[in-house]
Write a protein that binds this ligand. Structure first.
Ligand code: NAD
Length: 357
């Protein structure tokens, strides 16, 4: 029996609908396994701009910091699109990552048996199912490095810098090895060590950290080869760890292999067990309020929270199995149903998954 304090940010668009279903699933897990999940709802994104005048109110950050984990729907929408960059709802995401010290982004790319036809990759390559976890460094590298303009050989040039410290590499490597330990104990570190000094350093530190995890089988792959292998032989991968820029690109590529954006959860982790859990998709304003949003990505984010923040593997599996059962029995939200095929509503999908737990 555990007691867990959660900050809940429903956000904009379909956020409240999908988070609503995810909380029902969590409630069921609490009842079945004897845990207490205390949820405090706070605002971020467009709804926070409307009611508090800023996308990430201080109170939201305070509540998140005092919580064991944060659940986030999605933020943004056309209503706030003409605000300038720093004031837009999406700015809240960067603020949350920075203020909560979230340096690792975990994105699974999963193909469920019942949906394997939705993958653009041939069935003989993906098989009946696929389950890869990409661990991306989130707060370092070229996206945060020194940048600017300078006088170069051919006149003015622009530059950005890729730099990683030992501390940054060590902590993301540890996160990835820990994740591999809770899965199939295989880790691929992706870099460009044949060209980049920062990648050679990355590889050296990852090898050092691997000594602490003798059970995990480690291999290294250049990023160009990894991009190719994700399409040619995705089954090679269990967990992938990589830098901010390579992870940005590879995780989007991997999400496409799975066929549907409404299915994919994510976790952003900091030091210790704290994390923020959210679907990879946005606020889908085109379908908000219609009851057709797929809640599965958000529901699977709850499974990630139970596994990575609370080490409740049995409970996480109960959610994943309930989702698989719903899909196996033919339940489909509109995004998963073929043209003209029958589909269930957001709420109905939530109810079916709860009943399967
Ligand atoms: P989106 O992911 O919101 O939508 C892309 C397409 O996928 C749309 O057709 C949408 O209807 C569909 N879709 C997304 N999630 C779905 C679900 N659960 N079920 C069924 N269909 C789903 O991306 P977008 O349209 O580029 O962005 C919309 C807004 O969301 C923008 O304001 C954007 O800035 C914001 N956004 C927020 C986040 C976040 O909060 N993490 C991430 C990406 C985009």
């Amino acid at each position: 029996m555990g007691v867990y304090n959660l900050a809940v940010i429903k956000g904009d668009g379909i956020g409240p609908e999908i988070v609503g279903e995810a909380l029902k699933v969590l409630d069921r897990i609490g009842n079945k396994f004897g845990h207490e999940f205390n949820c405090t709802e706070v605002l971020a994104g467009g709804c926070a701009i409307d009611s508090e005048g800023e996308c990430l109110p201080e109170k939201t950050v305070e509540v998140c910091k005092k919580s064991d984990a944060v659940i986030l729907g999605a933020v943004g929408g056309p209503k706030w699109d003409n605000l300038e960059g720093g004031k837009r709802p999406e700015r809240a995401l960067l603020g949350l990552r920075e203020k909560l010290g979230l340096f690792a982004n975990l994105r699974p790319a999963i193909i469920h048996n019942a949906l394997s036809d939705a993958s653009p990759i041939k069935k003989e390559i993906v098989g009946d199912s696929l389950d890869i976890l990409i661990v991306r460094e989130l707060t370092g590298g070229i996206y945060f490095g020194d940048r600017g303009y300078r006088e170069g050989k051919y006149g003015v040039e622009a530059y950005d810098t890729e730099a990683y410290s030992e501390r940054e590499i060590r902590r993301i490597a540890k996160t990835a090895f820990e994740a591999a330990m809770s899965r199939n104990k295989r880790l691929t570190s992706v870099d460009k060590a044949n060209v980049l000094e920062s990648s050679r350093f990355w590889r050296k530190i990852v090898i050092e950290v691997s000594k602490e995890y003798p059970e995990v089988e480690l291999d290294h792959m250049y990023v160009d080869n990894a991009a190719m292998q994700l399409i040619r032989n995705p089954k090679h991968f269990d967990v992938i760890v990589t830098s901010n820029i390579f992870g940005d690109i590879l995780s989007d590529e991997a999400s496409q292999i799975t066929g549907s954006i409404g299915m994919l959860p994510s976790a952003s982790l900091g030091e210790g067990s704290f994390g923020m859990y959210e679907p990879i998709h946005g606020s889908a304003p085109d379908i908000a309020g219609k009851g057709t949003a797929n809640p599965i990505a958000t529901i699977l984010s709850m499974a990630m929270m139970l596994r990575y923040s609370f080490k409740l593997n049995k409970e996480a599996e109960a959610i994943e199995n309930a989702v698989a059962k719903a899909l196996d029995s033919g339940s489909r939200t509109l995004d998963l149903a073929g043209d003209g095929s029958p589909y269930v509503s957001t709420e109905e999908m939530g109810r079916i998954i709860v009943e399967n737990i």
